[in-house]
Every structure is written in C-alpha cells, then in structure tokens.
Design a protein around this ligand. Structure first.
Ligand code: R5P
Length: 311
C-alpha cells in the first residue's frame, strides 16, 4: 500500500500515513510560470495499491486539478489500483439544478475523477449521500458523527443535551448524531421567507428552553447559517449553543463572524487544513479524523468491511 498526498492538506495525509505506519510516497508538485501544475512521482508505484489524499478545498480549482493530474501520473506509472481519498469533496453543494440552464457540477467533478483514472473514491460526510451515485466506481462515504459523539460525551455528557439541525436538509445527519448520544432529543431550525423580498424568519421546531444545544452540519462556509441559527436558539431560551461541523470551509470573514457570535464553541474536523485565523481562534477547536480515514484505508487495502467501522 502507498499513500501519496497533494498539497491541500499535508498535515492530514501525514497523520494518516503515521496511523498506517507507512511513509508518504515521494512525489513533487511544481508549477510552470503560467501556473500549470506538474507532478512527478519519485519512486516506483508499479503494481501498487495507491491512495492519493487530496481535499478539493480552497483554492478549489487548483486542488481539484492537482488531484486529477496526480491520478493521471499514478495511472501512467502502472499503479494497480488508485483510490482518490477526498476528505472534503468540493463542488458537492452543486448536486442538482437549482434553476434552468444551470450545471450539476458535483456530477461533472465525479466524472473528471473517474476519467482521470481513479478506481475507487473515499470521502467524508458528502453533502448529500446520493453523490455516491454520481460515481460509477465504488465510493465509500465515511461519517464524522462517531468522532464528534465521543467528543460531545466528554465535553457535554452531563448536560441536558438537544441536537439541532440548522436546516430541514440536515435532519438525517442530526438524527444519526442524536442516536449516538443516547437518543438525545432533536430540534430543527426552519428558515422561512413568507413573501418575496421579506427578511427570513427562523422558526425552531422543538422546545429548546434550558437545553444545551449541539448544532450539527456538514459545512460551515461563510458562517451565516450557523451564527444565525445559534442566535435563534438562544432567543428561544436555549442555555448554550455549541456547533459540530465536519468541513470547516470558513471562507472570508467566517472566523471573525464565529468569534463575535453567540456560539460557545465551533468544533470542526481536519478534512480541510485549518487556516491560521481558525487555529488562533479560542472559539474554534479541531478534531482529527485521521485515525478513522487511516482505518478505512487499511480495510480497503485488506478487502475487509468499511461499514463495520460505524457499527
Ligand atoms: C447547506 O446545505 C450546508 O449544509 C451548509 O449549511 C451551508 O453550506 C453553510 O454555508 P454558510 O456557512 O455559508 O451559511
């Protein structure tokens, strides 16, 4: 087995390699003067089972292109099997046509990864589970919930917990976390705009009064959804609000927004390399999912069950 890394999240790739006790494959990524990407693998990979680790996070297009070129280099070097390990699968939010004459970019990206030569895909908390069906190659979707649940038990175990989905689309994810927290009760933030042009109203479905709320989501990007939901919960009498979100995209002023929000803390995972601003924030904490990814990779290499990781 070989583990190769792109540049999007080297600390995670190193942690996965350390878990598996294998060195990272020696490869270099260079750029031509016009920013074209060039990848060279400096060791033999002929006949090897290779896992290439690359999140397609910011800058999304550069990181995606690096992944595609890395897969192409491995294919042309006669790797036996190539697994694209994409802890954060960017473009996933574009999984349907929101209106006429719009693309389904998540499907396009799935086609590109397959066409480049990947034999399998391994991702974490895909924005929508059905994105697995965009690939015609085996695709494993791992879940951050067990890692989060263990942390929540340690930090908030003795409290009167309520798991909250910040929108109707996230209810399945929230329910699965609630199950792992001794069937904690569930609440849902329902955003409504009664008439076009009127500002959005947040309705909370469920009684959050006096509860320690745990907001769960797959992505925090601008932080708008999260910070507004936290405020709405506190307005309804919640005791406190902490958030557990798998992918800390945290674009633009998101970290500043979180720092000045009503949130007790925001816990993200390391599917995306945290920025210095995020690491410096005393409101943001990072949980590692490297052991989970490492274990899934070991099981794929051994041809044993990956789903049983979540039993
Ligand atoms: C949306 O369906 C996602 O699950 C997230 O809620 C959304 O991407 C968060 O975006 P933002 O932080 O920009 O509100």
């Amino acid at each position: 087995m070989k583990i190769m890394s792109g540049n999007s999240n080297l600390p995670l790739a190193r942690a996965i390699a350390a878990y598996l006790e294998v060195p990272l494959t020696d490869a270099s990524v260079r750029r031509f003067a016009d920013e074209e990407i060039f990848i060279e693998i400096h060791e033999n990979v002929r006949g090897e089972d290779v896992f290439i680790v690359q999140s397609t996070s910011y800058p999304a297009n550069d990181n995606l292109m690096e992944l595609l070129i890395g897969i192409d280099a491995l294919r042309r070097a006669s790797a036996k099997r190539i697994t694209a390990v994409v802890p954060y699968f960017g473009y996933a939010r574009q999984d349907r046509k929101p209106g006429p004459r719009t693309p389904i970019s998540a499907k396009l990206v799935a086609n590109l990864i397959t066409e480049a030569g990947a034999d399998r895909v391994l991702a974490v908390d895909l924005h929508a589970g059905q994105i697995q069906g965009f690939f015609d190659i085996p695709t494993d979707n791992l879940y951050g919930a067990p890692t989060m649940a263990a942390d929540i038990q340690t930090r908030y175990g003795g409290e009167d917990l309520m798991v909250v989905s910040p929108d109707v689309g996230g209810v399945v994810r929230a329910r699965s976390l609630a199950k792992r927290l001794d069937n904690a009760p569930l609440a849902i933030v329902d955003k409504r705009r009664d008439r076009p042009g009127e500002s959005e109203v947040m309705n909370i479905i469920g009684d959050v009064k006096g509860r320690s709320c745990i907001l769960i989501d797959d992505i925090v990007d601008s932080g708008g959804t999260l910070c507004n939901a936290a405020q709405a919960l506190l307005d309804q009498g919640a005791k406190s609000v902490a958030a557990y979100i798998t992918h800390g995209v945290l674009s633009g002023a998101a970290v500043a927004r979180v720092n000045s929000s009503a949130l007790k803390e925001l816990v993200i995972t390391d599917t995306i390399k945290a920025t210095d601003a995020a690491l410096d924030s005393d409101r943001i904490r990072v949980l590692t999912i490297a052991p989970m990814l490492g274990e899934a990779i070991r099981r794929i290499a051994d041809e044993s069950s990956v789903s049983s990781l979540f039993d």
